[in-house]
Write a protein that binds this ligand. Structure first.
Ligand code: NAG
Ligand code: NAG
Ligand code: NAG
Ligand code: NAG
Ligand code: NAG
Ligand code: NAG
Length: 721
């Protein structure tokens, strides 16, 4: 058992359990089951890494797709080809022959890929033909009759084959000689709501891993200096993450890449560092005038770093957001940044000439209607890379995944992400109901037989355990007040002519129905008293045939789930601190006795959407227990980027993290059978690539921006240019 630091001002979430390590009842072969959950936006990302030249005004014929169009590929980096040890990672003949004498040398790329259900870091060697303007974007379309193996060599560096207990998110790779420097979340920080993100170095020849971040500390966005000597990170001091989902308010620390020693804070309040040389760092922060801006820090040449010895200066002007900078090492007169300009709905990559103080557009002329993320520059400064959705503009996704299988630490659980939300399994595990706003759908778990069974706004789904084909849902808007018109209905999805039975009538936010195992009752939450509390009603005829109040108090009890043995109802409640937004998990007997807290989340944390395992011994839920895993601005919009899926024994012990990513994972459901752990594709093509950029960058609001931001800011930052 690990103790939180007693002097911490904010003991948000003091978990009093020992952590679970891969053996327990989950391993019982008789209890092989499946969990399905939702991730906001992720199904439509279809990211690939692309590159444009930095010099000539780019045209779309110059854009090269560097990654292979499979899965989700992002957060790339060009390693230095001059590093001789890179050859030892590659098959022998790789760099000695190029397809034709006029072709440029191949590009080397390291990047994150989520293929095969896990987070991996790959190295690709990409051969391309800059001379042939007709080839356009894809280096893989093979129109020059290259044998496929000569257009790309792909080497997995970390991830993939690792054992279940090492499942983690990997992020922000750099290569230094034979070492890969990257973020991973495979070690529990030991303290609730402290991020598991930490920087590691893997010796690629031996696989030896060394942690560079001190224990108990979270580091994001590592950047290695051009000499390889120093690594800069965005990091928290005490008391750590406070629930922030926009700008993390991290400080920048520098340490020796070799072993993590000589760790020193160099910049208060900054993120996303990038080195121009061993004594110049670019980084971003949101200034008091409201604009995200890029700054430069000059560090002393003698390596005696400290906050006091570092000179910082704002580089990009107010009037637009500029963030996630990439320094250029060979030509220091420019940097690359992502921007959100007033009246532009899209995030674009631009160069900024730091001498002439002007922007040079890069991606907007080529793909105006797509978001472009997290630029990086080649060692010779001649190319800029970034990721965006593959396809012409914001293009079609070619992922097409309706159910994506994910590696997770418990081999007996088959874990799936659904392209929808609020999924639930039918009693035999053969069918899944889910919501895709607006609309409620039912399908076989292999994706066949999909049918829309309700076309309006509905949320939460549950199947009746006895009456085959009866599905409960709540109709109306989510996240609404107590008096909002939301009512519970049941639908027999096996009827050719769908009929709906309204089970509640008052319209006072009646939601999250969950039937008892004998099919006689439904527990739900209702705002009818002015507060959201739990009630139980007759399952077939609704509240008029029998209603019983289960909880009562001036707080919110919600997201209820009835245990398979009928003895318990699990739910989320903010009763510890009503109105705070903080939810803990509770259980209560259906007769109102035996109330107990299952997972504590203190004054700030969130535990939501509990769902019992089929044997009733565990609960799956979503929580911010592992805080955020990356700077939120490096991703598209997520309301709750801290959301990950966890399981806990129903006595509150054995907390186990199932998902590792920087997205918003939520609304899990637990099914009784083990689904074959393979992806299920959309029968007729998947979703378009379409998602929102971070709402809090909305520049259309720029008129009111400065005032609004000043009003909410507690720190005082100088913003002179
Ligand atoms: C590369 O060549 C060396 C000898 O020149 C050999 O020892 C090594 O196994 C080869 N590596 C690969 C990956 O083929
Ligand atoms: C990953 O998925 C691809 C595409 O389905 C497949 O070809 C490859 O064999 C898989 N790799 C592993 C290690 O499972
Ligand atoms: C460096 O980049 C600038 C663009 O910011 C360009 O004008 C200049 O020619 C480049 N310098 C060299 C030596 O290529
Ligand atoms: C999908 O599942 C349904 C129902 O179990 C079954 O009838 C159908 O054959 C399955 N389809 C495929 C392609 O496996
Ligand atoms: C309440 O229900 C639980 C199980 O559901 C049972 O063990 C307990 O005896 C009941 N208590 C009363 C007062 O009925
Ligand atoms: C931000 O902008 C997007 C697209 O322009 C819009 O859909 C969204 O509603 C806006 N959000 C807010 C909070 O203004």
């Amino acid at each position: 058992m690990k103790q939180p630091k007693p002097q911490s001002l904010f003991l948000f979430f003091t978990l009093i359990f020992t952590l679970y390590h891969a053996t327990a009842d989950h391993d019982n072969p008789n209890s092989r089951t499946s969990i399905v959950f939702a991730t906001l936006g992720r199904s439509s990302y279809a990211f690939d890494i692309f590159s444009l030249p930095t010099w000539d005004p780019p045209t779309d014929a110059d854009e090269i797709q560097l990654t292979d169009g499979y899965s989700v590929n992002f957060n790339g980096n060009f390693p230095s080809i001059s590093s001789p040890s890179i050859f030892s990672l590659l098959p022998n003949q790789t760099l000695t022959t190029t397809p034709t004498a006029t072709d440029p040398p191949p590009l080397l790329l390291i990047y994150v890929t989520e293929r095969n259900g896990s987070s991996n870091i790959f190295l690709d060697v990409v051969f391309y033909h800059s001379s042939d303007r007709t080839r356009k974007r894809s280096v893989l379309d093979n129109s020059a009759n290259l044998p496929p193996e000569s257009s790309r060599i792909q080497v997995p560096l970390v991830g993939g084959g690792e054992s279940h207990d090492r499942v983690s998110m990997k992020d922000r790779p750099s290569l230094v000689g034979e070492y890969l420097i990257y973020v991973s979340t495979h070690e529990d920080s030991g303290v609730g709501r402290r991020s598991w993100a930490a920087v590691y170095s893997t010796h690629l020849k031996t696989g030896l891993i060394r942690r560079l971040t001190p224990k108990g500390v979270a580091d994001f966005s590592p950047a290695v200096s051009p000499s390889g000597l120093w690594t800069a990170v965005a990091s928290y001091g005490e008391p750590g993450w406070d629930g922030e989902v926009e700008e993390l308010g991290t400080d920048i620390y520098v340490f020796l890449t070799r072993d993590g020693t000589h760790r020193v804070k160099v910049i208060e309040h900054g993120g996303w560092p990038s080195w121009a040389d061993d004594s110049a760092l670019y980084f971003h922060r949101r200034c008091d005038d409201g604009w995200w801006s890029v700054y430069r820090a000059i560090l002393p040449q003698n390596g005696l770093f400290s906050v006091g010895s570092v000179l910082t200066q704002r580089v990009t002007p107010p009037g637009l957001h500029a963030f996630t900078p990439a320094a250029s090492v060979a030509n220091k007169s420019f940097i690359a940044v992502a921007t959100r300009r007033p009246n532009s709905e899209y995030r674009h990559v631009e160069l900024f000439d730091v001498v002439l103080k002007q922007f040079i557009e890069v991606t907007r002329p080529v793909s105006p209607n797509a978001h472009h993320f997290n630029p990086f520059i080649s060692p010779n400064s001649r190319r800029v890379g970034y990721h965006r959705c593959r396809g012409a503009s914001n293009g079609r996704s070619s992922n097409n995944l309706l159910l994506e299988n994910l590696q997770n630490p418990i081999p007996e659980i088959s874990l799936f992400r659904i392209d929808g939300s609020f999924p639930s399994f039918s009693q035999d595990g053969g069918r899944i109901a889910y919501v895709k706003f607006p609309g409620l759908y039912v399908m076989n778990r292999n994706g066949s037989g999909m049918r829309e069974v309700f076309s309006g706004d509905a949320f939460s789904t549950a199947w009746d355990p006895k009456r085959v084909g009866v599905v409960y849902t709540s109709v109306g808007p989510t996240f609404a007040s107590e008096s909002t018109e939301v009512d519970i209905i049941s639908i027999n999805v096996d009827d050719d002519e769908l009929s709906y039975k309204k089970l509640t009538a008052g319209g006072e936010n009646n939601a999250f129905p969950s039937p008892s195992p004998d099919g006689k009752w439904v527990v739900f939450r209702s705002g009818r008293s002015g507060h959201k509390n739990l009630y139980i009603m007759d399952a077939s005829d609704g509240e008029n045939a029998g209603l019983h109040r289960l909880t009562e108090g001036q707080w919110s009890d919600t997201m209820c789930n009835w245990s398979p043995d009928g003895d318990w109802i699990a739910f989320a409640s903010d009763r510890d601190n009503p109105g705070s937004g903080s939810f803990a998990l509770y259980m209560v007997h259906p007769n109102g006795t035996g109330l107990r807290k299952v997972v504590q989340s203190g004054s700030g944390g969130r535990c939501n959407h509990p769902w019992f395992s089929p044997d009733g011994k565990y609960i799956v839920f979503t929580s911010d227990y592992a805080a955020v895993s990356a700077e939120p601005i490096s991703n598209p919009h997520h309301y709750q980027p801290y959301g990950d899926i966890f399981t806990v024994r129903s006595d509150g012990s054995e907390i186990q993290r199932l998902t590792h990513n920087s997205y918003e994972d939520g609304t899990p459901a637990w099914g009784p059978t083990f689904m074959k752990p393979v992806d299920v594709e959309w029968p007729n093509g998947g979703p378009q690539c379409s998602f929102e950029d971070c709402y809090w960058l909305n520049t259309s609001l720029s008129l009111g921006l400065e005032a609004a931001y000043l009003g909410s800011s507690s720190t005082k930052l100088q913003c002179p240019l």
